[in-house]
Design a protein around this ligand. Structure first.
Ligand SMILES: [Zn+2]
Length: 501
């Protein structure tokens, strides 16, 4: 069996995965701040933990996965100043912060489902774990790691040896700064554990605490909730690379200061999605592309999953609509190969070939190779390549392709056996019947399009290319694309808005 190796940000290298408890794996993933719809860049960072979880299961582990919901305490500035993102969104929408949180938590879960990201075993909300956060701050207080300012309780980073180890921060260089910048903070890297509500104003979300009425800082929730569900030390923590210098650095400091034990063994970080113009996709830049927009443009959401899998999670992924179009085409092509393989399987009985492949528990050499790809720090581009190579190999039998795809889809979750996009219609041609393959689930091709396709095919046969091109353009003008797939098979697909050429 292949050995799982993961790139651990703490060590800056790939390391063999060694769980704390044999046969079990605990994973914590920093979840969304639920004040707005997630954009596709946010969603990318939940795909790789999903792959990891499914791969660990294939390898025989029992996995516990936690994703938190940040519904309080995440301020608009990383410096413990600025407004709470939830309170601000509520004010702007003239609604309650609780309603905003409920709405965008549900939207997030809907997005996960569309992308075939399995829901976690635990989905704790920060507002549902105030007592746990207060208890953890009290532990830090008892151990002398906290101090009080006019606006809250802060963590004294100078007291924690090894602060900034994850990010390889040169802390000494960071600690300068004018009194104004520091405010009442002792060190620039210190961060709020508990913020006091302003004496003159009431927040929508606030709680009584030993230090006064207020709300938890953003970082403390992830320490309190991960330790509650996974134990005081656990195996894997994932998040976006932007979490390394502040959020995860602070999580380690406060967790290890409280327990005196190592917090997380392996830290995995996903890289950002960038837009074609080379802009990081952050909400602050206003470059919001949501999964809703992907759907509105006629894409299968799994085409986005394919696009994500086609880049390694630690590499920047440049998003553009043509790149998504190419991913959609590739996914359709993979499904088509399987559809055709199931249609004309070796035994002539598709159901048998599929059943045979599914019941085979041994690992074929190709399945072994695919597993090796995934075990090499989730090398999904390589895994897709292994799949494609098998699909293109004339020596590969249909049963082999089906078996490999079934194996791959346990981790990739691309619905490779979704044949609903394909319908076959006879195409009346002189001297025989061709096939018109309609791509698009539940799609009715208008009769006029079917007639134009037939005329296009006849013109091609007559080598009247001027006419056949004209007819193809006419079909396109009416919103459809026709492709010659050889052997009197013609494929017809509706053109998506924003589609290339
Ligand atoms: Zn977190």
């Amino acid at each position: 069996m292949a050995e799982l190796r993961l790139y651990n940000t703490l060590a800056r290298r790939k390391e063999p995965f060694r769980p704390l408890t044999a046969g079990q794996a605990g994973i914590y993933t920093c979840g969304p701040t639920v004040y707005a719809p997630a954009h596709i860049g946010n969603l990318r960072s939940y795909v790789f933990p999903d792959l990891l979880k499914k791969l660990l299961r294939v390898l025989g582990y029992r996995v516990t996965h936690v994703i938190n919901i940040t519904d309080v305490g995440h301020l608009t500035s990383n410096e413990d100043t600025g407004e709470d993102k939830l309170e601000r969104a509520a004010r702007q929408a003239s609604r309650s912060a609780w309603e905003i949180a409920a709405q965008y938590t549900q939207a997030y879960l809907d997005d996960l489902e569309r992308l075939h990201i399995e829901p976690p075993d635990h989905l704790p909300r920060a507002t549902g774990h105030i007592a746990e956060q207060i208890a953890l701050i009290r532990e830090l207080e008892a151990r002398g790691f906290t101090y009080r300012t006019a606006d809250g309780i802060y963590f004294d980073t100078a007291r924690f040896a090894g602060y900034g180890r994850l990010a390889r921060l040169r802390v000494a260089g960071l600690q300068g700064g004018s009194r104004v910048e520091l405010g009442e903070k002792r060190n620039k890297t210190d961060f709020a554990l508990w913020k006091l509500s302003p004496p003159d104003a009431r927040r929508q979300m606030e709680w009584e605490s030993p230090w006064g009425r207020g709300f938890p800082g953003w970082h403390i929730e992830c320490s309190a909730m991960s330790m509650k569900y996974l134990g005081r030390g656990f195996d894997i923590h994932t998040g976006g690379s932007d979490h390394i210098p502040v959020h995860h650095t602070n999580e380690i400091a406060q967790s290890e200061a409280a327990t005196g034990e190592p917090f997380v063994r392996c830290w995995l970080h996903g890289e950002h999605l960038v837009l074609g113009e080379d802009q990081r996709m952050g909400k602050s830049e206003g470059n919001l592309i949501t999964l809703g927009e992907v759907l509105a443009r006629g894409f299968d959401p799994l085409a986005y999953r394919y696009l994500v899998l086609n880049s390694h999670y630690r590499k920047y992924l440049t998003f553009s609509w043509p790149a998504l179009e190419a991913a959609a085409t590739a996914l359709t092509d993979l499904r088509r190969v399987l559809w055709e393989a199931s249609d004309r399987s070796d035994t002539g009985a598709p159901a048998e070939a599929v059943a045979e492949a599914a019941s085979d528990t041994s690992c074929s050499p190709r399945e072994e190779e695919l597993l090796e790809d995934l075990c090499d720090d989730l090398n999904t581009p390589k895994a897709l390549d292994t799949l494609w190579t098998a699909f293109r190999d004339p020596a590969a039998s249909n049963a082999e392709k089906i078996g490999l795809a079934r194996y791959a889809d346990r981790v990739l979750s691309l619905d490779l056996f979704d044949f609903s996009p394909f319908q076959e219609r006879p195409l009346e041609l002189p001297g025989g019947v061709g096939k018109m393959i309609v791509v698009g689930a539940g799609l009715e091709i208008p009769e006029v399009i079917a007639l134009l396709v037939q005329a296009h095919v006849l013109a091609r046969r007559a080598k009247n290319y001027v006419e056949s091109d004209r007819l193809r353009d006419e079909i396109k003008r009416r919103g459809y694309i026709v492709r010659d797939r050889g052997g009197d098979h013609y494929e017809v697909e509706p053109a998506r808005p924003g589609r290339r050429s």
